[in-house]
Design a binder for this molecule. Structure first.
Ligand code: PLP
Length: 405
């Protein structure tokens, strides 16, 4: 059982995250429709990889001081450099230190995106071009003065027709797509990269879910494709490690960029706000990534995800009456994107979430952060991280409440 009041609800402090209010209200009412099942934000809280937490319990004594390198803990930086090279399948003609370099990110890859945004803004960038539906890129770049434009994602794949961009554009590519879980086809990513190169636009690759898939499946390596496109220096690839090891609260990940860009990014822009931090977590992550058990853990998680995915698809059909393929339950991110029940399609996803929580105790998520860009066929998002019986219980409760297709 998840101690929600310990992880979500700050009763006396202000938060602008809407789920906090919804959850507080539901718990304060005594959980009238049963124990809360939280499938909104992608978080499990209690499922951190055991080998990772064991590594945290066995830290060296020198793990608690400042690290005098903005690239992060030297041991983790070295491990990540070969981890990124290997897992993203970077071709041998590209060398670390020459064609790309890797730094540790702490405090979430959002920080690295923000620094990159500041750096490009000083160089004239003014527009971010991001996938819709998609993650909260507007929330990162908007406050820096960027305008957000969107390109559509249709049945999980980016639509490249009619794309326009210029040198002041930052193109975002999220090849393992949140919220659909689809893996973007290499030829579409090549097209996006070619557009960016022709326009001189900067590129952000957000590979947050690159490690979250069945071992039988191969994610498209946008980073490998980008290096093959002679990309110049205005690009950044971020890879959170939080999703794959269920430790998002650690905020540890990797930032890969052209060596000159990364130098400026960490030694100038990051240094303006922070020394390298979270060093104990970096120590533990370095040990864990070097341990073959971390590969086995990922394979097991990936296989479990396939099983869940199939069961969820089946349950959406049998319990909620969705025609096959109506919901997007992708193989490359732990989410399902599901059209609202017909009776709710004229209302908003936010209203549906609220009502669904009151009636079922299940809090579902949103498939976008920017309400202005509502779809004609609005969808909600289900997080598939918890154990399968929990997810099936959620769908069953929703069926009983009349939330069929
Ligand atoms: C698509 C996407 N990008 C980036 C992030 C940020 O990840 P982190 O905070 O683990 O670096 C998330 C987290 O939800 C995400 O879903």
């Amino acid at each position: 059982m998840i101690p929600y009041p310990e992880v979500i609800v700050g009763t006396d402090l202000r938060t602008r995250f809407p789920d906090t209010e919804l959850v507080s209200e539901y718990l304060a009412a005594g959980s009238p429709a049963g124990e809360l099942i939280y499938l909104g934000f992608g978080e499990t809280w209690t499922k951190a990889a055991p080998g990772l937490t064991a590594a945290l319990a066995a830290l060296p004594t020198h793990a608690h001081g400042y690290i005098i390198s903005q690239y992060g803990l030297p041991r983790l930086q070295r491990v990540l450099r070969s981890y990124i090279t290997r897992t993203h399948g970077l071709a041998p003609e590209f060398s670390a230190g020459v064609d790309y370099e890797v730094a540790v990110t702490a405090g979430g890859t959002r920080n690295a995106m923000f620094d990159f945004g500041r750096m490009l803004r000083a160089d004239g960038a003014s527009t971010v071009l991001a996938p819709m539906p998609g993650w909260d890129y507007a929330g990162v770049f908007g406050p820096l003065g960027y305008r957000t434009r969107y390109y559509p994602v249709d049945r999980g794949q980016p639509v490249t027709d009619g794309l326009t961009m210029d040198r002041n554009t930052l193109l975002v590519i999220n090849a393992q797509h949140n919220p659909t879980g689809a893996n973007w086809r290499p030829e579409l990513i090549r097209e996006l990269l070619a557009f960016a190169r022709a326009a001189g636009a900067a590129v952000l690759l957000d590979d947050a879910y690159f490690g979250v898939h069945d071992p039988e499946q191969t994610p498209t390596s946008a980073l490998s494709l980008l290096l093959q496109e002679t990309p110049g220096s205005r690009w950044l690839a971020v890879r959170s490690l939080g999703k794959q090891f269920h430790c998002s609260g650690w905020g540890i990940g990797a930032a890969t960029a052209d060596p000159r860009t990364l130098d400026a990014l960490v030694n100038r822009w990051q240094f303006q706000r922070s020394f390298a931090s979270a060093i104990p977590l970096q120590e533990a992550m370095a040990s864990w990534l070097a341990d073959p058990a971390s590969e086995r853990y990922l394979a097991e998680q990936g296989r479990a995800h396939s099983v869940k995915r199939a069961a969820v698809q089946e349950s959406l059909c049998s319990d909620l009456g969705y025609p096959p393929d109506m919901a997007q339950v992708g193989e490359f991110a732990p989410f399902a994107r599901i059209p609202l029940p017909r009776a709710h399609r004229d209302g908003s996803v936010l209203q549906f979430r609220h009502e669904c929580l009151r009636k079922t105790g299940v809090l579902v998520g949103v498939d976008r952060w920017d309400a202005e860009n509502s779809d004609r066929s609005p969808c909600y998002r289900l997080y598939l991280g918890p154990e399968l019986p929990v997810i099936i219980e959620a769908i069953t409760r929703m069926g009983r409440a009349g939330y069929g297709y």
